[in-house]
Design a protein around this ligand. Structure first.
Ligand code: MN
Length: 731
């Protein structure tokens, strides 16, 4: 395919997008700001000049769009827009941080630096890293002194997710899982609910396209019916509430595709069976003092009209959820025998529900003492987001993301205040005072009461440390200190102690080696250190002295030397797959693989290979429940895989049934199956209770097509209500 690039047209498009960006920067009306944005755009255009995205489009569209999201959908000001325009320049082009500093100053440089660092850690191409989601989130948070780094990163991710169509499939999967795993929860935490929902929906679209599309289609085809129903259902409520003089809004709210999918999976139901695709929301404009009473009055009116389901009343007004959510939910019997959820809340509660705790500050007086750090922090962000002047952004530099970690404040006997992270113990407190106090600590008095070293402290407590000169730091202390200061002090002290112990271990090791007549050299030591999963020979000697490595384990090691050779072979297999880049399942070759039993893929399923330490390469479905974990944390061990030449091979799979029991049903089912060419039954399991029956059949099929057609035929049988493919197939 020849691609004709129309330079003139592209220039027009860049200009169009740039104008769109300026329109989105509602707050930057002054010329200085416009000039800055223009300058950043020029720098970015030149830097990305020859670059194109996977779609073939000029690369510069991406930073412009990210900047637009930053201004329009997150509501940030000029500095952030400038940084968004420049966000990929240092990473991908000749531009250096010094250049940025010279042209745009220190602040922009620091934010761009933060963004560059995050992407070099999180680069989906770099398979060396296998980051745990939690780890990544922590890095993200500690890396950025400036919250704008994270907000811009979210905009970057959102645009990448929106334009992921042309990426290779394995990258789409990796990025989508990472988004579901890390970015969506982060957006959630920051109260960016619209962005969170879009990230989740896009994530699902790429990880489970079939499910996504089927829900989308179902939603579209039922839209008109739903609207009619909502109107009919709401009318009597509108009439009665208006009569009684309430000032309110009422609307129907459809769930997001992602949450519908969650529901279907959790409850194991079809789209039609998700009864709460939509909810009715009544939002009251109440005086602060009438909020609770008004909500209950409306509840009473609604349940006069429609019968409530007693087990479905949720009162989050009297006891709000942990994240601040307040609302009164009831499920009532609507028209046509359908259960309908009705959510009753005030405008203030609605604002919190939509924007998260961020909405708090609007209503809470900022002097409230019990306000937590997170509240304060989010309040500040929101305030910044809603402040029209740019210099309102300045204050954000004053605080760090440390606010994420809750803190406690405790007192010394003299009344001095000490700040410690939440979860800190009396021993942390001792080390906070002085490392020698920590080393010699034998106990403590909290509010004059004797407590152990591991006692977790609470804000406001007064602590007196008891020391003894005979005390020395113990290994197990590391289990209950949380501050870096205490940890490093204990480790330093232990190191000295360990030196003596390790020397003893070395002597024991020498004896063992003598007995089996093996020479000691650095080679064998290196192999053993690796074998016992240790960092150094020092640790190895230490473990021997502490009897954590026993003589038996030592002997086993030499017995297992043979097995080692096999492992080497396995590694060679892996390097072969690396070269090919694609594992062909079913074709002749010397790469060994096994079908994973957690998801049992069959030809036709989208799959990937995963290199395990002990079982060789396992083939999983890309929508296997384990895939999310594997692909987002150990992408480097995943191998692209496809089905080839599997026509004559049968694969084990299974189907489950639910239905109404009927004599001869088992016969009908098995006869339908055996009539299908090439399908063999491996095992059958049926169970019936009263008139309800369920069953499982394990069978061999050639591919998904065959399985689908079989399931269709089984559904036709009288008495069978539901037929599903089994995810897990017990052999
Ligand atoms: Mn980018």
């Amino acid at each position: 395919m020849e691609v004709v690039i129309d330079v003139e047209k592209e220039k027009q498009e860049i200009l169009k997008r740039y104008r769109g960006l300026l329109r989105a920067c509602k707050r930057t009306r002054d010329d200085h700001d416009k000039k800055l944005i223009r300058k950043a755009l020029t720098v970015a255009i030149n830097a990305h000049k020859e670059m194109r995205r996977k779609s073939g489009e000029p690369y510069i569209y991406h930073p412009i769009e990210v900047a637009r999201i930053v201004a329009d959908e997150i509501g940030l000001g000029t500095t952030s827009v400038v940084c968004a325009l420049l966000h990929d320049t240092v990473e991908d082009t000749y531009i250096t941080l010094d250049d940025i500093n010279r042209m745009f100053g220190d602040k922009v440089m620091k934010i761009v630096d933060g963004l560059t660092k995050i992407s070099s850690i999180a680069d989906p191409d770099d398979s060396k890293y296998s980051l745990q989601a939690e780890n990544f989130r922590r890095i993200l948070l500690t890396l950025s002194d400036d919250i704008r780094v994270i907000l811009i990163k979210l905009a970057d991710r959102l645009h990448n997710m929106r334009t992921m169509e042309f990426m290779p499939r394995h990258k789409q999967l990796k990025i989508a899982y990472e988004t579901l795993n890390i970015y969506a929860p982060l957006a959630h935490r920051l109260g960016l609910y619209a962005i969170k929902t879009e990230l989740e929906d896009l994530g699902l679209r790429y990880t489970e396209p079939e499910l996504y599309l089927s829900i989308e289609e179902n939603l579209a085809s039922t839209q008109k019916k739903r609207t009619r129903y909502i109107n009919k259902f709401s009318l009597p409520i509108i009439n009665v509430l208006t009569d009684k003089g309430f000032n309110f809004d009422i609307k129907g709210r459809t769930k997001s595709i992602f949450s519908i999918a969650q529901k279907m999976k959790k409850k194991e139901v079809n789209f039609d069976e998700v009864y709460d695709i939509f909810a009715i929301r009544i939002i009251l404009n109440s005086k602060p003092e009438d909020e609770k009473t008004d909500c209950w009055k409306v509840y009473s009116n609604v349940t006069d009209l429609y019968t409530p389901r007693p087990d479905r009343l949720r009162d989050w007004i009297s006891t709000p959820k942990g994240n601040g959510y307040e609302s009164l939910h009831t499920t009532v019997m609507g028209l046509d025998g359908k259960w309908v959820e009705v959510q009753i809340r005030t405008a203030r509660m609605d604002s919190i529900a939509e924007k998260g705790l961020a909405a708090h500050w609007k209503y809470k007086s900022m002097t409230a003492e019990q306000e937590t750090h997170l509240d304060t922090w989010i309040s500040k962000i929101t305030k910044m987001l809603e402040a029209p002047e740019n210099d309102a952004l300045e204050f954000i530099d004053d605080f760090k993301l440390n606010f994420f970690a809750d803190e406690i404040h405790v007192f010394t006997p003299a009344g001095d205040i000490k700040t410690l992270p939440k979860g800190a113990t009396t021993l942390d407190f001792a080390y906070e005072i002085h490392s020698r106090v920590g080393d010699q600590c034998i106990g403590a008095k909290v509010n004059h009461k004797l407590v152990p070293l591991s006692q977790e402290l609470q804000s406001g407590e007064q602590i007196e440390i008891i020391t003894s000169k005979k005390q020395t730091p113990k290994e197990e202390w590391l289990n209950f200190v949380v501050t870096a200061k205490a940890k490093s002090a204990i480790k330093d002290a232990l190191k000295e102690e360990h030196k003596k112990t390790a020397f003893d271990g070395k002597e024991i090791f020498k004896e063992w080696m003598q007995v089996i007549n093996e020479p000691i050299n650095t080679n064998i030591l290196g192999v053993m250190v690796k074998h016992f999963d240790l960092k150094s020979t020092f640790d190895f000697y230490l473990k021997i002295a502490l009897k954590e490595i026993t003589l038996e384990e030592f002997n086993n090691f030499f017995r297992q030397k043979e097995d080692k050779k096999n492992l080497e072979k396995l590694k060679r297999h892996k390097s072969k797959t690396d070269k090919i880049g694609m594992l062909n399942i079913g074709s002749e070759g010397n790469i060994k693989y096994t079908i994973a039993t957690c998801c049992n893929p069959i030809p036709g399923d989208e799959v990937f290979g995963f290199q395990t330490d002990d079982q060789g390469i396992l083939i999983h479905k890309t929508n296997c429940p384990n895939a999310m974990h594997l692909l987002s944390n150990f992408a480097g061990k995943s191998i692209k895989a496809q089905w080839t030449n599997t026509n004559n091979v049968a694969f084990l799979t299974g189907v489950e049934f639910v239905g109404i029991d009927d004599v001869g049903l088992v016969n009908k089912i098995t006869s339908v199956i055996s009539k299908e060419a090439g399908v063999n039954i491996k095992s059958i399991f049926f169970n019936s209770e009263d008139s309800f029956f369920e069953g499982k059949i394990m069978l061999y099929v050639t591919d998904t097509e065959q399985l689908k057609s079989l399931i269709e035929k089984l559904k036709q049988i009288n008495g069978v209500h539901k037929v599903n493919r089994l995810m897990e197939v017990a052999a």
